[in-house]
Design a protein around this ligand. Structure first.
Ligand code: G
Ligand code: G
Ligand code: NA
Ligand code: MN
Length: 254
C-alpha cells in the first residue's frame, strides 16, 4: 500500500527519529537509563506510531534498514551526550525477531558502536520471549556473542510469552522486564501482584537486573520498590520524549 511505499523512503528522507523514555533507579529515583523508541514523522500524516509501521516493516525487508538506522542513531546520541558530560549508564534499543533472523545483528551493532566510539556496556538490547522459544539457536547464539562483548540483553514483556522456566535458565539475558499488563493491575488484582512478586523473586534468584514498565501511579511504584524491583519506567517518571527534552533531565558533569 501507499504507507509501505512511503516507509521505503523514510530512512533516506530522514523522517525517522528516536524518542527517549527515562528509567529511574527504584532506590533513589535518579535516571539511570532510557528506552529508545522510534517515531516516524510522515510528511502528510504527522507522527506515525511504531505500533503502526513496525509491523509493516517486519512483514517486508524494511525492518533491517530501519533497525540499523535505530542502532546507529542511538549510538550517535549516546556519544553526543557523553561528549556533553551528560551521564547515562546505558540506552536500551528494541530489536525485532527479523533482525536476529537475518544473522547480521552482531556486525550491525558492532558497526554502530565503533562508528560513534560507544562502549559495548552502554547498549542494552530488548528482545521478546517469543524470539527465544522454539528453534532459536541462531538467535540465541548471536545474543550470546553480543553479551560476551558486553552488550546487555533484556527480555521484554516478561510473563506474556511462552518460555518455560527451564529455558529461562539458559537464556543469554541480563535484564528481565516485567510487562506493563501486570503493573497496570497491581493495585486491583491480587493475582497480578502475586505474578509480579514471583517474577521479581525469580530475577533476584537468577541474578538478573529487573525493570518494570508502564508505571503510571505512585501506588504502583511503591509496590514495585517494596517487591525489590531495580528500575522503574512509565508515564509517572516521563513519557517517551524528544532527545532535547530528555537531556534536560540528565545530570551533567563538566
Ligand atoms: O513507542 P510505543 O510508544 O508506541 O511503541 C510501540 C511498540 O513499538 C512497542 O512494542 C515497541 O517495542 C515497538 N518499538 C518502538 N521502537 C522500536 C524500535 O526501534 N524497533 C523495534 N523493533 N520496535 C520498536
Ligand atoms: O515493551 P514495549 O517495547 O512493547 O513497550 C513500550 C511501549 O510502552 C511504548 O509504546 C511506550 O510508549 C509504552 N509505555 C511506556 N510507559 C507507559 C505507561 O506508563 N503506560 C502505558 N500505557 N504505556 C506506556
Ligand atoms: Na521494549
Ligand atoms: Mn515491554
Amino acid at each position: 500500500g501507499a504507507l509501505l511505499a512511503d516507509l521505503r523512503q523514510a530512512v533516506a528522507r530522514r523522517e525517522l527519529l528516536l524518542h527517549y523514555q527515562p528509567r529511574v533507579a527504584a532506590a533513589d529515583g535518579g535516571i539511570r537509563s532510557a528506552e529508545a523508541l522510534v517515531r516516524w514523522q510522515h510528511p502528510g500524516r504527522g507522527l506515525v506510531p511504531p505500533g503502526v509501521f513496525i509491523p509493516l516493516a517486519e512483514e517486508s525487508d524494511l525492518i533491517e534498514s530501519i533497525g540499523s538506522w535505530v542502532l546507529d542513531e542511538a549510538c550517535r546520541q549516546l556519544a553526543l551526550w557523553r561528549r556533553q558530560g551528560r551521564v547515562l549508564d546505558r540506552l536500551s534499543v528494541n530489536v525485532s525477531p527479523r533482525q536476529l533472523q537475518s544473522g547480521r545483528l552482531v556486525e550491525t551493532v558492532e558497526a554502530a558502536l565503533l562508528r560513534h566510539g560507544v562502549p559495548w556496556r552502554q547498549l542494552e538490547l530488548e528482545v521478546t520471549e517469543s524470539l527465544l522459544v522454539g528453534d532459536a539457536r541462531q538467535a540465541s547464539a548471536q545474543l550470546a556473542e553480543l553479551r560476551q562483548r558486553g552488550v546487555l540483553i533484556a527480555l521484554d514483556d516478561f510473563g506474556t510469552g511462552y518460555s518455560s522456566l527451564a529455558t529461562l535458565r539458559d537464556l543469554p539475558i541480563d535484564v528481565m522486564k516485567v510487562d506493563r499488563a501486570f503493573v497496570r493491575d497491581l493495585g486491583s488484582d491480587a493475582s497480578a501482584q502475586a505474578i509480579t512478586r514471583a517474577i521479581l523473586t525469580l530475577a533476584q534468584s537468577l541474578g538478573k537486573h529487573s525493570v518494570a514498565e508502564g508505571i503510571e501511579g505512585e501506588a504502583q511504584a511503591a509496590a514495585l520498590r517494596q517487591l525489590g524491583c531495580d528500575e522503574l519506567q512509565g508515564y509517572l517518571f516521563g513519557r517517551p520524549m524528544p532527545a532535547a527534552e530528555f537531556e534536560q533531565r540528565l545530570p551533567q558533569i563538566s
